[in-house]
Write a new protein. Structure first.
Length: 131
């Protein structure tokens, strides 16, 4: 997958962001250790490079600590998720939320429980109440 200079994080960058969101403030070693527990073995240089890219994209900031840096997310997870969904909506579905939802429903990735929750959210947004 090609890296995008701006905009949404790549799949690998998102894995790193998950670690940063969960950890609050993390070192490169914290990120490396967390990813290693998930089965991804990376060099310290690779971890620093991806964190640097996330810094350039505006998703994390860093501050010096000893000989390294502490990284923290500056974009909340919810905002990043909205941005990624909006990007996908525009690029893959021509801006049509209905087509995107229909595609998701057709994929069988949505459980009956999810459907009920989606209905509840729609009714809430419309100002209705559910009995």
């Amino acid at each position: 997958m090609a890296r995008r200079k701006k905009g949404t994080p790549t799949e690998v960058e998102l894995e790193f962001l998950q670690v940063v969101w969960e950890g609050g403030e993390v070192t490169t070693e914290d990120v490396r250790g967390a990813l290693q527990k998930q089965g991804r073995s990376l060099s310290d240089g690779s971890v620093r490079k991806v964190l640097s890219i996330l810094d350039e994209k505006g998703y994390v900031s860093r501050r010096p600590q000893g000989r390294g840096f502490l990284y923290r997310a500056i974009v909340p997870k919810e905002k990043a998720n909205r941005h990624m969904v909006t990007d996908l909506l525009k690029r893959a579905f021509g801006g049509s939320a209905a087509l995107m939802v229909a595609s998701l429903m057709d994929s069988r990735a949505v459980s009956k429980k999810d459907v009920e929750e989606i209905k509840r959210i729609i009714e809430e947004r419309e100002g209705g109440s559910r009995k």
